[in-house]
Design a protein around this ligand. Sequence first.
Ligand code: SF4
Length: 329
Amino acid sequence: MKKIYPNYYKKFKCIANRCPDSCCQGWDVVVDKDSEIYYNGISGEFGDKIREVTAIDDDGDRIFSLKNGKCPFWNEDKLCDIYINLGEEHLCATCKKFPRITMDYECFTEYTLSLACPESAKLILSEDFTIPDNFQNYNFSDAGYNGKIMKFLLNARIKSAEILSNKNLPFNQNLINCLKFNNEIQNMFFPLKNENAEKYEDFSFLFEIYERLEFIDKSYCEKIKNASKFLPSKRFDKEFRRLSIYYIYRYYLNAIETLDVLSAVKQIVCAYIVIGALARFKNDSDIIKITQTYSKEVEHSYENMETLQFFFENSDGFKINNLIELLNF
Ligand code: SF4
């Protein structure tokens, strides 16, 4: 089985209590079945505590309920009490894996890091990653999907990544070219209708959509609202090129199920416009923190991604002609 790792993947090391925004705050931790069985067998005070803070969430998952917005095992020294009391091997699967992400395409597997982790974000935005194009010999005979379409998508992803990483053009131009290219690809799957689309003067429609999202940090919506009149600065083009490759690598091949290649590119448009607005008057060094927070608040929220997807499909603002015109600044 072919395995693909970005160059930064193996460089990752958790910095634990030195982390500026730990994965132990803001998120419920889903506990896998094996860990649950193990935790249920622990005696004494610590075992009692584990059982006391374990609950079932609205989706039916077993979780550690947050205490003051933090994992109940994240102690005053910003270290994990499960790690300290039971050892690294008894962390639940979620904690053992994060921020490592596996994308399993049956005949090959791709790996990446989550941009929501500050150390990963630093790695992802600090170096170029070229998506490998040596997939010509992949064998799709056992795949539960159409191998020809997957090969087509792998080629289209390489072309999209080439367009997005072009250093000779400003990033907004790369994004326009990537939208145009993928619009053609999309038309091969399903011809798109652009007629009668309402024209938009600016990106305010997009910021209005963000006002409907749910954020962990309740002040995040206000921060986005306050930044909404600013457009991204060209001084962060290098970081946006790398960010766009992260998105295209991570999401483009979802089209094997949805036959929708444009959503991955629209995700990049959203990230570019919102992160760009938030970073407009910040120092160069702030872009990593701003991008990591965006990823935690938007990209890593299933509900927020679903809301955006709804508007990608239903809002005239996200029609390709509109996006191309608006990105031409
Ligand atoms: S967010 Fe990343 S660096 Fe921070 S504690 Fe979690 S895994 Fe470690």
